[in-house]
Design a protein. Sequence first.
Length: 215
Amino acid sequence: MKGLMIKDWKLLKNQGRFYAVIVIFALIIMIANESGYTFAGYYLTFLASLFTLSTFSYDEENGGTGFLMTLPADRKTYVKEKFLFGILLTGGSWLVSCLLSAVFLMIRKPGESPLSLMPPMLGFLAVFSLLLFAAIPMILRFGPEKGRLGLVGVIGIATLLLIAVSRTAGGAAEALGSVLTRYTAIFAVIAVVLYLAVILACYRISVRVMEKREF
C-alpha cells in the first residue's frame, strides 16, 4: 500500500501549481465576500474529493491499473489505498479550510465564536466525503468517465427529490426540525453510525467489484 500511496501523492505534487491557483482563488472569494466564511470549506473539500477521483483516470491510462495489479499489491489493497488516500486528502483539506474560515471570522467579527462555523463545515465534509466514497465503486465498475456521469445523475435525482419533499411537506419538515433540536445528541450519534455504515458498505462493494474485474 505504501507504494500506491506514494504514487498518488506524486500525482498530487505534479498538479501542485494548478491547485495552488485554486486555493488563491478561494482566498480571493473569501476576501471579497464579507459573509462567505465557509466558502473555503466548500471549495477546498470538493476539490480534494475531485482529485481523489481523478487518480483513477491517471491509473487507467495505457492500462496502468492492470500493470499495478502485477506488483506486490492485490486488488483489495488497491481499493483500501484509494479510500485511505481520499480520507487523508479530503480530511486534510477540510482542516485547512476550517482554519482559514476561522481566521477570517475572527478578523471580521471578533466577538463571534469560530465554533459557529462547525455545523456548515461538518455538513460540507459529510456530503463531499460520502459522494467521494459512493463514486469509487461506480468508477471501478463502469470506468472513470461513465462512473462520474452516473454519480452526477444520482446527485441530480437526489436533489430533485429533496426539492419535491421540501415543497410538499413543509409542516412535517418543521416538526422534524423541532424534534432534531430537542434530541440533538441522539440524532448526532445516529448520523455518525449511519455515516460510517455507508462508508463501510461502499468499501466492501468496491472490493467486490475490483475482485471481479478483468484487465
